[in-house]
Ligand binder design. Structure first.
Ligand code: URA
Length: 238
């Protein structure tokens, strides 16, 4: 045992699963596991352990923090830029140190998560977890039904065929494209491949997370409910 280990009830309370009494009931019903073993009241859990409730895994990091950032055009998704351009680090508090979950191109706008929870970041970016990222895309030219179908079925890029995407046209010819891969410049390359280069690219949703009110250049911590929804999105019930 070391000093970082906390009582399971305390960690459950932080996750926001319910009242202290409700968490005690969860434990006594054998629905809470640490590293695959059913815990008892009073057992402890550390940051390196895997905590699961009803088969869903939750972060145990005591000082985990995750921000939602609305990245403006011109800001670089990197910890420090050798060319001295503004970076996303300037959009979040300095401490605790966080890093971006995946990246947006310098000229892409919209939602980006920044966290110090490496496990969460991994699950959000790895295609096998299938977390959706939705983009609103202004392209040059008018997208035909055939092009929409191509986007939905998969596009041949130089690093392989893209997974099927959700694609629809909104008022004004804006394209709404939802993908769950995170390849380099993927949306731009998909649109180029169908003959419609991107004019403006905005990420509007990451899994369950949306915030039309968050202004470009601003960030805020995720709420407890949002964190819970995010954990659910990356830990589908087994
Ligand atoms: N796809 C792109 O092409 N660029 C981004 O920034 C994100 C997704």
């Amino acid at each position: 045992m070391n000093g970082e280990r906390e009582r399971v009830q305390k960690v459950l309370a932080r996750i926001g699963l319910g009242s202290r009494r409700a968490n005690e009931v969860l434990i006594s019903q054998g629905r809470v596991m640490v590293n695959g073993r059913v815990v008892e009241l009073g057992d402890r859990v550390g940051p390196e352990d895997e905590l699961a409730v009803d088969g869903r895994i939750y972060s145990t990091l005591p000082d985990a923090v995750t921000y939602l950032v609305n990245k403006p055009v011109g800001v670089v998704t990197t910890a420090s830029d050798p060319e001295g351009r503004p970076t996303v680090m300037g959009l979040v508090p300095d401490e605790p140190r966080v890093f971006s979950v995946g990246r947006l191109d310098r000229n892409t706008e919209g939602l980006l998560l920044m966290t110090n929870d490496g496990g969460l970041a991994h699950r959000l970016t790895h295609p096998s977890f299938g977390v959706e990222k939705e983009y609103l895309v202004q392209v040059s030219g008018r997208i035909s039904p055939r092009s929409l179908r191509q986007l939905r079925e998969g596009i041949e890029l130089d690093d392989g065929v893209t997974s099927p995407a959700k694609a629809s046209l909104l008022d004004g010819g804006l394209l709404r494209l939802t993908i769950h891969e995170g390849r380099n410049r993927q949306v731009r390359r998909m649109c180029e491949a169908i003959g419609h280069p991107v004019v403006r690219l905005v990420r509007s949703r990451i899994g369950p997370i949306v915030d039309p009110k968050l202004k470009p250049g601003f960030s805020r911590p995720l709420t407890g409910d949002e964190l819970l929804e995010l954990q659910r999105a990356v830990h589908p019930r087994r």
